[in-house]
Ligand binder design. Structure first.
Ligand SMILES: [Zn+2]
Ligand SMILES: [Zn+2]
Length: 308
């Protein structure tokens, strides 16, 4: 690989929707597939989440590689359905020539490998995970820092029901932080209700204020910040503690962390394209008021971003 290629990272959005796929004419511009983002950097293919968008990625990889083997790393943030439901339809898993390493953290009661296998067990799906011909290795993470080839990855548990990690991927062209499901802490202890029970003691939370400081440090100066911005500020008032972000909370988090580029992600299934446009406008206005020069846009299925 030439030096110019080595210092370039390509980020592609294959699924940007939260909760459930939303096909149809009102979501055609931003897209209806659930969480899946691909990063190509430093000779690696790193896939973030396996929502329904991963089906399209699989077709594209198959087309690109033909009879050549595909090697990739799939990082799962958490096992809510919208983040794993595409895996049974991921074409590269159906060929013995391909090698898929799946990384993620165990759930509160069940191991990652069991959860991924369970959604493909009878009567939910006709082909079991173990029967897939592809070489699939599930690697349950214990550490909060690891490497994929030459790419360093750091992770952080987020404010979301159950065990949910965010990843920061350090490519040679810059870093990408992926937090598809997260409710930014804003000194509201109410946001933490039930978290202890849902986590079954797997992780201990500090105070909301300290968690917020830690999160801003984790995201400090990131080049691309892909962040859960499911709710408008008005909608959020009825969803405090549900584990998702609102426009003003993600804007303030991006500003506090001095991110360079904010990408609104995990669009609400009830939001049509016009609504997402309005949310981007709102975020831009709030960022302008903050005095920070952070660009903001909404993640759009099929779109690409190049880091140099
Ligand atoms: Zn989700
Ligand atoms: Zn979730």
């Amino acid at each position: 690989m030439s030096d110019s290629l080595a210092s370039t990272a390509r980020i592609k959005f294959w699924g940007v929707r939260g909760s459930i796929p939303t096909p149809g004419p009102t979501t055609v511009r931003y897209g209806g597939n659930t969480s899946c983002v691909e990063i190509r950097a430093d000779g690696e293919i790193i896939v973030l989440d396996a929502g329904s968008g991963i089906r399209l990625l699989g077709q594209s990889l198959q087309h690109e590689f033909g009879s050549e083997p595909i090697k990739l790393a799939l990082l799962i943030t958490h096992t809510h359905w919208d983040h794993i439901q595409g895996l049974p339809f991921f074409l590269p898993a159906y060929s013995h020539k391909n090698q898929i390493r799946v990384f993620g953290y165990d759930g509160t009661r069940t191991r990652l490998g069991e959860i991924l296998a369970d959604q493909m067990a009878t009567p939910f799906f006709p082909v079991s995970l173990s029967a897939l011909p592809g070489k699939i290795a599930i690697e349950e993470l214990k550490e909060m820092e690891f490497e994929i080839g030459r790419v360093r990855v750091r992770s952080k548990f987020l404010n979301h029901p159950g065990v949910c990690a965010g990843y920061r991927v350090y490519t040679s062209a810059g870093s990408v932080a992926f937090l598809p499901d997260n409710e930014p802490f804003e000194q509201l202890e109410q946001q933490m209700r039930n978290r202890g029970i849902e986590n079954n003691g797997v992780r201990q939370f500090k105070s909301a204020r300290d968690e917020r400081t830690d999160l801003a440090e984790f995201l400090r100066d990131t080049d691309v910040l892909i962040l859960d911005a499911q709710y408008t500020d008005e909608e959020y008032q009825a969803h405090v503690g549900w584990g998702h972000g609102s426009i003003s909370s993600v804007v303030s988090l991006a500003a506090e962390a001095d991110a360079k580029r904010l990408i609104l992600f995990h669009h609400d299934p009830n939001h049509d394209d016009a609504m997402v446009d309005r949310m981007v406008e709102k975020a831009r206005m709030q960022l302008a008021q903050s005095g920070k020069s952070i660009t903001v846009e909404a993640a759009q299925e099929g779109s690409e971003l190049i880091l140099r």
